[in-house]
Ligand binder design. Structure first.
Ligand SMILES: *Cc1c(COP(=O)(O)O)cnc(C)c1O
Length: 392
């Protein structure tokens, strides 16, 4: 009886050729920037019949092909396209799918660079950009006009970890002839199968959990092959491709993706529960906690909620900073999803350019701390958080 392969089997085996160069179990890093033809006949055959081979590195390369096949299997998609970064993937999607007069509607907790590109750049080309309050479907619906449009959301969002009801959003999009794009970087395919829930495009910053080792920058979009064709063409024009060495690192990282996610998920829920029960913690944002506004949706559409959480400590910005400075395991830095734990105070890290009023508007408080839990042992992470809380 055939059974769908499990997620760890897919992470290791999917996309990999059974027989590789020189009998190697791993793929070679194929650095070639161009791929040659033995004679003119072979070239003409390539132009006319499009056989499955590479031509020039900006269009495709062997390491990219393997990783794209693996990512498509993980996302349950017909096809995945790799990009030089998550932002390159997002910008390419918006540019490829929208024309002058079209409209993009984003939930307002989307990654601030996605909002910036939509608001400040797409508008230059006559594309209308609107924002709806995150998760507020009535507000979103009220914004939809009869233009051709794309709805863009993240789930969960950063740093508040709001989870969007993707099936509901997908049916709303369909009802209004919109396409739906979901940035599922925080969830990953392990915790959210957005394509199966009806999203047209799923985006991941592969820099985060997919590569997983804080040493790669890449992005991916998964979806229907035909719908991705215009993105593939634009990627070939812009040249925002992921290079062979980078692709190899991503392929290597992906083999342990499911294993890593198990530990990120365990660390996430256990640390969230520990923090919530600590008297020096005012509030914890983690969708696996009953106290989170997205708990019910999160429980329904995600098996677990990853390693990112945000919390507010009792006291002011200085109390939060001295807590951060006391930590021995997490290091201060942006990004998330790597094996090493990272910590940041959003006040100083991503939102320092905003006025206090603007920060309040997007729900960033002075004593807020964002923690990206790596794959260190849960007990060690909790002990470290505990000693830092004891001191402040
Ligand atoms: C990091 C991130 C991005 C951007 O990805 P890069 O690989 O850094 O370009 C987009 N969306 C989310 C949710 C992210 O966390």
């Amino acid at each position: 009886m055939y059974k769908e392969p499990g997620f760890s089997t897919l992470s290791v085996q999917s996309g990999e050729k059974r027989k590789k160069a020189n009998h190697g179990i791993t793929d070679a890093i194929h650095c070639a920037s161009t791929f040659t033809f033995s004679d003119t006949k072979e070239l003409i055959d390539f132009l006319e019949n499009k056989p499955d081979r590479d031509e020039y590195i900006r269009y495709s390369n062997p390491n990219q092909n393997v990783v794209e096949a693996k990512l498509a299997a993980l996302d349950g998609a017909e096809k995945s396209l790799l990009f030089s970064s998550g932002m390159a993937a997002i910008c390419c999607l918006l540019l490829a799918k929208l024309e002058k007069g079209d409209e993009v509607i984003l939930f307002d907790e989307c990654y601030h660079r996605s909002r910036e590109f939509s608001r400040d750049y797409l508008s230059r080309w006559g594309i209308v950009c609107k924002f709806a309050k995150t998760g507020d479907f009535a507000h979103l619906k009220a914004q939809i006009s009869d233009r051709k449009k794309l709805i863009f959301t993240e789930s969960p969002t950063n740093p508040h970890l709001s989870v969007i009801d993707i099936p509901q959003l997908a049916s709303l999009a369909k009802e209004h002839q919109c396409e739906l794009a979901v940035d599922a970087t925080l969830a990953t395919p392990f915790n959210l199968q957005a394509i199966r829930f009806g999203a047209d495009y799923v985006i991941h910053s592969a820099t985060k959990y997919l590569a997983g080792h804080n040493d790669v920058v890449a992005g991916v979009i998964s979806g229907r092959e035909e719908a991705l064709e215009s993105l593939r063409s634009l990627r070939g024009l812009l040249g925002c491709v992921s290079t062979p060495h980078n692709n190899y690192l991503l392929q290597r990282g992906l083999k342990t993706f499911a294993l890593r996610m198990e530990q990120h998920n365990k660390n996430g829920i256990e640390v969230a529960q520990f923090l919530e029960s600590h008297p020096k913690i005012r509030k914890v944002f983690y969708p696996g906690l009953e106290s989170h506004s997205s708990f019910l949706i999160a429980k329904e559409q995600m098996p677990a909620w990853g390693g990112l959480l945000t919390f507010e400590i009792e006291g002011d910005r200085h109390a939060a900073s001295s807590f951060v400075d006391q930590l021995k395991i997490p290091r201060i830095g942006p990004s998330l999803g790597g094996v090493e734990s990272l910590v940041e105070q959003p006040l100083y890290m991503s939102y320092n350019h905003l006025s206090p009023e603007a920060r309040a508007e997007v729900g960033i408080t002075d004593s807020m701390i964002r923690l990206s839990l790596g794959v260190e042992d849960t007990d060690d992470l909790i002990a470290d958080l505990k000693q830092a809380l004891d001191i402040v």
